[in-house]
Design a protein around this ligand. Structure first.
Ligand SMILES: [Zn+2]
Length: 237
């Protein structure tokens, strides 16, 4: 099974799932549906909370407004919906360029030659170790998926309590997911642009950055080589 198919299988197991293409992120969906990456639907079962987030993602000021925690909404639920959403977006975006990202083209998980991301999966491997980019990303997406599927971590029903470790886990998820943006931007942006997905990648990253900045979920230094780009995106708003 290819990585592409494998990710799709993982996505189908996502607990926050429904198969309604009309509820997908409008700004990603329109053109992605006409691209090769349309094989990846986006999923979430919490329609109400998602539709709130999606009401007006069309403009920058609306984007800033849309990431704010709705009144009477659980912060953990808000994190959960968004981390699944960004996972889905990256799944689609990276899925569209997997043929260009192989152990031969990308033998290390780099973002420029200055930043290398090491994988760590304790207790099996407590020491961080290097991996080819596609393997790193596969491990990362599988790790996310395992957490999404674990009801003790991501409760399937609205109103069920989240574990006390949830905030820490979610921060690690955002930090790690960001590395996929960094790898795509630094090593596959030409391919993304040739596929006509450049603006989708930018919109997705901007949404991500606005969200993590709103809640202080990742540190500035975690932006690595994209720090200037990310700060610029925020500055333009
Ligand atoms: Zn690559």
């Amino acid at each position: 099974m290819s990585f592409f198919q494998n990710l799709n299988t993982h996505t189908l197991k996502t607990t926050r799932a429904f198969k309604n293409p009309h509820a997908q992120d409008a700004y990603l969906q329109n053109e992605l549906s006409e691209s090769r990456s349309a094989a990846y639907p986006s999923y979430s079962s919490h329609n109400k909370i998602r539709s709130y987030a999606e009401q007006s993602l069309g403009s920058d000021s609306a984007l800033q407004q849309a990431v704010k925690l709705p009144r009477d909404e659980s912060l953990q639920e808000w994190y959960a919906v968004h981390v699944v959403d960004f996972y889905n977006q990256l799944n689609m975006l990276y899925g569209s360029i997997t043929e260009f990202c192989s152990p031969e083209t990308c033998p290390r998980m780099l973002a420029t030659q200055e930043y290398e991301y090491l994988w760590q999966d304790p207790p099996a491997n407590s020491k961080p170790y290097p991996l080819p980019a596609p393997q790193y990303i596969e491990k990362l997406m599988s790790w996310c998926q395992q957490n999404f599927d674990d009801e003790n971590v991501f409760p399937a029903k609205m109103g069920q309590p989240f574990p006390s470790s949830f905030d820490t886990l979610v921060k690690t998820m955002f930090k790690r997911l960001f590395r996929v943006y960094a790898h795509i931007y630094c090593h596959h942006f030409d391919e993304i642009r040739e596929l006509g997905l450049g603006s989708h990648l930018n919109t997705s990253l901007k949404h991500f950055v606005v969200f993590v900045e709103e809640f202080g979920l990742i540190k500035s230094r975690d932006y690595g080589p994209l720090e200037e780009l990310c700060k610029g995106m925020l500055g333009q708003m």
